[in-house]
Design a protein around this ligand. Structure first.
Ligand SMILES: Cc1cc2nc3c(=O)[nH]c(=O)nc-3n(C[C@H](O)[C@H](O)[C@H](O)COP(=O)(O)OP(=O)(O)OC[C@H]3O[C@@H](n4cnc5c(N)ncnc54)[C@H](O)[C@@H]3O)c2cc1C
Length: 356
């Protein structure tokens, strides 16, 4: 028997593909609740899922608008639209796939720790003890499984402050504001409601800077782990996937697609999961981290310069074509074409070096 801790996207997707008997332990009474996510997914979602039912899709994003501190902006017209999903329904859709694959779900079961006896795990929960042969930690950023196994590592977290608000946005156009927190966004659900948010280490939920005065419908705050390239993904028969393994891209702090990919890789080949994940996806997560560090060290003037670089027709076309989840596909092309990008990156990295 395999025990999965956490019925988020990573845990449920793993359980929908696993070949052995799986029991999922979820501390909440309802899957997909509370929502702490914008639910924006790039076209790469179809690399992992064949189908995303229509009733889960709230809106489609065709244009990614990047706005510099000096208000100059650039529209990236995405070759493949992004999906904005109802995150609660999305998680429950994945849960149903897990159930269809034979998984059992125990709601209201909080994982507290484990012991190993005679080659088996004795899992401790608030509702009793359970025997298991393998343990999968899909229990989010502060993973209790990672702690219990002694592979928590050094983790840094960011606050994700988000709300659904009444805001007249441009349907189909998602905005990213440079110079506000580490990442700030306005994602329209429709012509009346938007999901707005800021991610950073010390940011406030001051949405006025993003959308002016607006009425908040619902706050949806959460924490996000910073990708740690040294994070261990396995100890014996204990495995970590998703946020529990810090598998979040640092450019936009999206983690759903990486969590799903990790779940798929673990289900397909547990023995080589750690090696395969690091080989296939570690490079992109590492590049995202470097891009984030460079962006964090850019002055407002340099952010404005970056927009100018992206405004050039050929550069914009590259950004329109390639999905931001996997920067290795476009960053080399951009760097080869644009000397000014080297200058901006070196300047930002030099600032990081002298800060130490
Ligand atoms: C404000 C905000 C906006 C975001 N927007 C996006 C976005 O637009 N796109 C995107 O791709 N990503 C986004 N993210 C990140 C995304 O939400 C996560 O990367 C994703 O949810 C990770 O999935 P997961 O399955 O690894 O973990 P989670 O979704 O965190 O699921 C973990 C599950 O484990 C359960 N659990 C935890 N501890 C225990 C325990 N001890 N016992 C039992 N159960 C336990 C939890 O209840 C939860 O159900 C956002 C995050 C924030 C905070």
């Amino acid at each position: 028997m395999i025990s999965v801790i956490g019925a988020g996207p990573a845990g449920c997707h793993y359980a929908s593909l696993a070949k052995d008997d799986v029991t999922i332990f979820e501390e909440h009474e309802k899957v997909g609740f509370p929502v702490q996510c914008t639910g924006i997914l790039t076209g790469s979602i179809f690399r992992v899922l064949d189908d995303v039912p229509k009733d889960i899709i709230v809106s489609k994003i065709k244009t990614f608008r990047i706005i510099a501190p000096n208000k100059k902006q650039i529209d990236i017209d995405l070759d493949q639209p992004n999906l904005v999903v109802d995150r609660g329904k999305f998680d429950r859709f994945l849960m149903q796939k897990a159930i269809d694959n034979g998984a059992k779900i125990l709601m209201g079961h909080r994982f507290l720790g484990y012991e190993e006896k005679g080659g088996k795990f004795i899992i401790k929960t608030n509702k009793g003890l359970f025997k298991s042969d393998m343990l999968v930690g899909a229990d989010g950023p502060r993973s209790a499984v990672a702690r219990a196994a002694g592979i928590y590592g050094e983790r840094e977290f960011l606050q994700g402050l988000q709300a659904r608000v009444y805001y007249k946005g441009e349907p189909g156009v998602s905005e990213v504001r440079l110079g506000l927190g580490e990442f700030a966004w306005v994602v329209p659900e429709n012509e009346r409601i938007a999901r707005v948010g800021v991610i950073g280490k010390n940011v406030g939920a001051d949405y006025k800077k993003l959308v002016g005065d607006c009425k908040i419908i619902e706050n949806q705050h959460g924490i996000i782990p910073l990708y740690n390239p040294k994070q261990k993904l396995r100890k014996g028969n204990v495995f970590l996937i998703g946020d529990a393994a810090t598998q979040v891209k640092a450019t936009t702090y999206g983690g759903i697609i990486y969590g799903l990919l990790a779940g798929k890789m673990l289900a397909e080949d547990p023995e080589n999961y750690e090696k395969n994940f690091n080989k296939k996806l570690g490079k992109d997560l590492w590049l995202s981290l470097q891009m984030r560090e460079a962006m964090n060290n850019m002055s407002e003037k340099e952010c404005d310069e970056l927009i100018e670089v992206f405004r050039k027709h050929d550069n914009r076309k590259i950004l329109e074509k390639y999905d931001r989840d996997f920067p290795s596909r476009f960053i080399v092309q951009l760097l080869l074409k644009e000397k000014s990008l080297w200058k901006l990156s070196f300047s930002a990295l030099a600032k990081k070096f002298f800060k130490r």
